[in-house]
Design a protein around this ligand. Structure first.
Ligand SMILES: [Mn+2]
Length: 421
């Protein structure tokens, strides 16, 4: 048994507002699909975020169809779950459209029973849990859920020993963040499976749980400067370091093997100097490393002001896309800023992080998180959390206001599974 595990394809993502960037994401997926076919996989798993948005435009939908047709023409079934970027509350999502075109199978909680050669449905409360089937193997999974939804869905993700679990969530042990709200679940909460096909974390991650592997292939293209192909820094001396490769997993007998996929080079460059002239010279020197069709994200730090126009003239011709962020280094040493954590609660930090997303997705997720945070938890818990917020901002007025709000919020009750998906 051999399968391909993809995640975070983000088709349609016009990164840096460049339409050709969306084409980069599509061609990376196409190359990956072709490699999977050469590997003669039995089936394919897409662990969420096939699209960058839940409402992909016709071009993006067409890109997805063209790639998925490669699998269909080789009779390779594709099992997929929706991610946080492309999940939809609509009855018919882009995934369901692709399913009706027989290009993929959607796993997870559904209102209707779905059965065919590769999927089966199990009744859970007033819904159905749709699972993938390949010979004696079960492929269990569900779309991205907020942490509080996820706890309710978890019991229905219990699986046979011989199975694969597909999720688009952050497992605490896979991220190195000391922030309570930055992750959705811990390893010990996971039901037993032979392989955990994960999505959501854009950098590649692999963990071992007993004999089983839990793996995040990462996004198929470079999603932001943290995932650069090259990190170049130049303060005292020039330093060039290579970043991670992008790609997907071929999983054979439940053991993942990373398969790199060619992507456009993305350079994360940071240069520092007290003098403007020396800074410019360093920049010119650094640009020697940048390929013409690459992307360069440049951070400059200098005690003197720079001529931004001149700098962009220097850089634009050197790469396909360049972005310069200049920061003036003050003559007086600025005392080190206190970490955000000292000012905000975990919830507030999470909201701030979500809002940094490039478009309306951030706002949508932030509202969703807030609604769930205050709607789904029981009253006692809400009061406790709110007390922490109040302690951080101790004013009498806000105390009175938040007390009243809790009373209003505590009323909502959820009865069935259907109420919160
Ligand atoms: Mn993603």
């Amino acid at each position: 048994m051999k399968f391909a595990h993809f995640a975070d394809l983000h088709l349609g993502y016009e990164q840096y507002n460049q339409s050709w960037r969306a084409e980069d994401f599509a061609s990376a997926f196409r190359r990956a699909a072709e490699l999977a076919v050469i590997e003669r996989v039995d089936f394919v798993i897409i662990a969420g975020d096939l699209f960058h948005r839940s409402t992909p435009n016709p071009k993006t939908l067409n890109d997805a169809i063209e790639v998925l047709k490669i699998f269909r023409s080789h009779e390779i079934p594709v099992f997929a779950i929706e991610g946080n970027h492309d999940k939809s509350i609509r009855e018919m999502s882009a995934y369901h459209l692709l399913e009706s075109l027989e290009l993929l199978k959607v796993l997870g909680l559904r209102k209707e029973r779905v059965e065919d050669d590769f999927i089966t449905s199990v009744r859970v409360e007033n819904l159905y849990m749709t699972r993938g089937v390949f010979k004696d193997l079960e492929i269990v999974g569900d779309r991205h859920r907020t942490r509080w939804q996820f706890e309710k869905v978890l019991p229905y993700l219990k699986v046979e020993e011989n199975s694969i679990l597909v999720l688009h969530q952050t497992v605490k042990e896979a991220v190195d963040i000391d922030l309570n709200i930055a992750w959705d679940l811990t390893i010990d909460q996971l039901p037993k499976a032979k392989y955990y096909a994960m999505g959501h974390i854009h950098l590649r991650r692999e963990l071992k749980i007993g004999d089983a592997f839990l793996a995040y292939p990462g996004s198929i293209e470079r999603y932001d400067a943290r995932e650069a192909s090259h990190f170049i820094s130049y303060s005292e001396k020039l330093d060039v370091r290579e970043g991670e490769k992008k790609g997907f997993y071929i999983v054979e007998n439940f053991k993942p093997r990373f398969v790199p996929v060619e992507t456009r080079d993305l350079y994360s460059i940071s240069i520092e100097d007290d003098k403007r002239e020396r800074l410019e010279k360093k920049l010119v020197e650094t640009l020697e490393f940048v390929k013409e069709n690459g992307i360069a994200i440049i951070k400059l730090l200098c005690r003197e002001n720079v001529d931004q126009k001149r700098l962009s003239e220097l850089t634009t011709k050197r790469a396909k896309y360049t972005e310069i962020n200049f920061r003036r280094k003050d003559l007086k040493e600025i005392p080190e800023a206190k970490p955000e954590k000292e000012f905000f609660t975990d919830l507030e930090l999470k909201i701030l992080e979500i809002l940094k997303e490039d478009d309306e997705i951030g706002l949508k997720s932030a509202i969703e998180l807030l609604k769930e945070y205050y709607g789904l938890k029981d009253q006692a818990k809400v009061i406790k959390e709110d007390k922490e917020v109040r302690e951080a901002i101790p004013t009498e007025k806000s105390e009175a206001v938040s007390e009243r709000k809790i009373e209003e919020k505590g009323e909502k009750r959820f009865k069935t599974l259907l109420d919160f998906i």
